[in-house]
Write a protein that binds this ligand. Structure first.
Ligand code: FMN
Length: 205
């Protein structure tokens, strides 16, 4: 890792207070999501979707179902990070560009599809686990993409998931995994909190 990438990781803290007067352009939002979607997903399923809630009306609507958290409306954009239930039938379509790019031989695709069928078909818990994993990888990469762009971010689980799904027209196969507010942080935010010591979280085997 380069010094600048470790710096970005070390400097991130969760933003609670956003400058409500600052905005980001739709082009900046596209750049952030393009970076976020470089994150890995199982079988390259890319079973995610991001709703960039950035108009005052839509942010106010989301805030009503987000425990009235001010950062939802103060941040320049609040993303609804969605995971889609893993579906092995999407594999041929998702892998076609990989074959086209000459990365993967076409003969390998049925094998991946078969493995995905074994993992997910008729297994609602695994389908949902994968939706949550995928959205979490996406959100996490989005957090660091924002940090690299000089923007703060705030992940939130404090929201009414069924209401958000209903209000923002999520599909029956879609789970609103996280809200992620992104925007310019004010100077008053807390620094990153201390973490548990390594000897409590790391085991060598
Ligand atoms: C999955 C997840 C859900 C969270 N939900 C909320 C939330 O609803 N509201 C809130 O104010 N903070 C929320 N947080 C922020 C955490 O409290 C914060 O990231 C944690 O205290 C660590 O802060 P730091 O990264 O600045 O050290 C959430 C964080 C994560 C990762």
């Amino acid at each position: 890792m380069t010094t600048s990438s470790t710096h970005i990781i070390e400097q991130r803290s969760t933003t609670n207070l956003f400058d409500a007067t600052s905005t980001v352009s739709d082009r900046q939002i596209e750049d952030l999501i393009a970076l976020a979607t470089t994150a890995p997903t199982s079988f390259n399923l890319q079973n995610w979707r991001f709703i960039a809630v950035r108009t005052p009306e839509a942010k106010a609507r989301l805030r009503r179902f987000g425990w009235d958290q001010a950062k939802i409306t103060d941040a320049a954009v609040t993303f609804i990070v969605i995971g889609q239930l893993a579906d092995y039938r999407t594999i041929p379509e998702r892998l076609a560009p990989v074959v086209e790019a000459g990365i993967m031989p076409a003969e390998m695709v049925p094998g991946w599809e078969g493995a995905a069928k074994i993992l997910y078909d008729d297994k609602p818990q695994q389908q949902r686990d994968e939706a949550v994993r995928t959205a979490t990888f996406g959100a996490s990469t989005l957090i660091y993409a924002a940090q690299a762009a000089g923007l703060g971010s705030a992940p939130m689980i404090g929201f009414d998931a069924p209401a958000v799904a209903r209000e923002f027209d999520l599909g029956a196969n879609e789970v609103p995994v996280l809200l992620l507010a992104v925007g310019h942080a004010t100077a008053e935010n807390w620094p990153r909190k201390p973490r548990r010591p390594l000897d409590q979280v790391l085991e060598f085997a």
